[in-house]
Design a protein. Structure first.
Length: 274
């Protein structure tokens, strides 16, 4: 018998609490729950196998709203059950809670993990969530101009599209869902996106050997503003330039060229850029 894994779980006997495991399989990649097998893979068998084959599918249907295959297996004259659960494309809950198989454990999803799970099941991304009370008039005009400059340089957008007004540009970037702006619009164009997205800032620190933190900074603002501030901090405070002279002229050479550093920051934050 195989060992427990992402898709396999062993239980010696059935308990209704194991509906959580079925829920976890359904919310992950699917899996098989064996009843009548010890954790080490030894078969101990179950009593009343026929009754369980009738009761378990009904309980799963009534409590989880899904269908599973319950198969009777026999080995070494011992009967055990195989409960096969398919992965479901929509969220499955048990008594109002959501569980998901992770490795060989079953985890209850809470907080940010639950948010990400629900969005993924709905085919949405975290930055595509509509944000109430975020208005177009609150966005920063200077940042729109900066975006147009970067987008024109990258060649990823038509120049005619970049000449559109801010509302038209937001629509072309698909930053509206109905009448609501998406979270990405706040991150890109709002002067203070932390009003709408908690933790939307960058921390940067300088460490010596032994992982001792010497100093650190926080960079706030929208993503474009953060790029400018990060470039300034990295080049003036966090990276040591090699100083040489050409005649009487002093030349400072950074470990990473400014252009390469800027492009690395842009690509990490803006897939649009190249």
């Amino acid at each position: 018998m195989n060992t427990e894994s992402q898709n396999i779980e062993f239980k010696e006997s059935w308990r209704d609490d194991y509906l959580k495991w079925i829920c976890g399989f359904a919310n992950a990649q699917g899996g098989i729950l064996y009843i009548g097998i010890k954790d080490n893979g030894d078969i101990c068998g179950v009593q009343d196998a026929q009754k369980l084959m009738e009761d378990i599918p009904n309980k799963i249907r009534d409590m989880l709203g899904i269908l599973v295959d319950v198969n009777k297996k026999e080995k070494e004259e011992k009967v055990y059950l195989e409960i096969v659960t398919e992965a479901y494309p929509y969220p499955i809950s048990y008594r109002g809670k959501y569980y998901q198989r992770s490795g060989s454990t079953n985890q209850e999803l809470k907080g940010a993990s639950l948010d990400r799970f629900m969005l993924r099941k709905q085919g949405k991304t975290w930055d595509g969530v509509p944000v109430p009370y975020l208005n177009e008039k609150d966005l920063d005009n200077a940042t729109f101009d900066l975006f147009r400059k970067y987008a024109k340089r990258s060649g990823r957008m038509e120049e005619a599209d970049l000449m559109d007004d801010n509302h038209g540009l937001l629509e072309k970037l698909r930053l509206y869902e109905g009448d609501y702006l998406k979270r990405a619009a706040a991150l890109l164009f709002h002067p203070d996106p932390e009003r709408y997205v908690t933790g939307a800032f960058v921390k940067i620190g300088f460490f010596r050997e032994g992982m001792d933190l010497v100093y650190q900074d926080e960079v706030h603002g929208n993503l474009f503003q953060q790029i400018v501030k990060l470039m300034d901090l990295l080049c003036t405070k966090y990276m040591k330039a090699i100083i040489t002279y050409e005649g009487i002229q002093r030349v400072e050479t950074l470990p990473v060229p400014r252009e390469a550093l800027r492009e690395a920051l842009l690509k990490s934050k803006f897939p649009l850029q190249s």
